[in-house]
Design a protein around this ligand. Sequence first.
Ligand code: SAM
Length: 237
Amino acid sequence: MPSVLILAIIIAVIALIAFLIWWLIFESEGIYLGKRVVIWLYDIYASRYDAIKGFDDVDEHLLLAQPIMARLHPHTNPLVLDVATGTGRLPLALCQHARFDGHIMGVDASQKMLAVAHQKIADQHFEEFVSFQIGEGTHLPFDDARFDIVTCLEALEFMPNPEKALAECIRVLRPGGILLTTQRINTRWLPGKLWSDDDLRQILEAQHIQTIEFYTWMTDYKLVWGVKAGKSAFIGK
Ligand SMILES: C[S@@+](CC[C@H](N)C(=O)[O-])C[C@H]1O[C@@H](n2cnc3c(N)ncnc32)[C@H](O)[C@@H]1O
């Protein structure tokens, strides 16, 4: 074989390997490499996560905290579970809401993300309103029907089994309680990891979630609201 052809093949193979590494690690954020890689990447990025995301306090209030408080009305002291809480975005938004007087349990599998969350909550003296716990989204360490509202934002697609993670969120939600999650909608190349509106609606309905609503939220995600079928007493903090 001519040496030029051999060189071309070697360059093509190296380029392909470099592309695969880039796609598996950076573009798809470790999703196809399993939970350990996903959490390892979040541990690495934890201190830069908020800067990368560029959260805006006004948006967090208007699009997360305020709609949650409106749906809970007249209650102001819910017991909230935030699955894959990350750096505490949802707990912080709720604590900053003037009427919030409940308690939020934030669970995440990344110790470093939780450490950032803990520091942010402590910096603003909200410790009495929030607890954090290391935990796996597909095996939540809580009894059934334990929370008034369960949230899981920008996280299902990172879990080893997103449908199981959703089922866990719903299991620990009380009948009549509120579910808030997200649907990834961007055009990144994530084969097999994105649900259509219809897919997600069917999955939720099969797990007894009613009053399902999709709202455009950010470039990469829709917000998805639902209510667990049935009725039960408000739990509160
Ligand atoms: C994109 S971040 C979202 C964090 C937060 N919900 C937010 O909206 O900013 C995804 C989070 O999911 C967590 N995560 C990924 N896989 C998980 C798993 N299997 N169990 C629990 N948390 C997980 C990561 O550690 C990370 O904090």
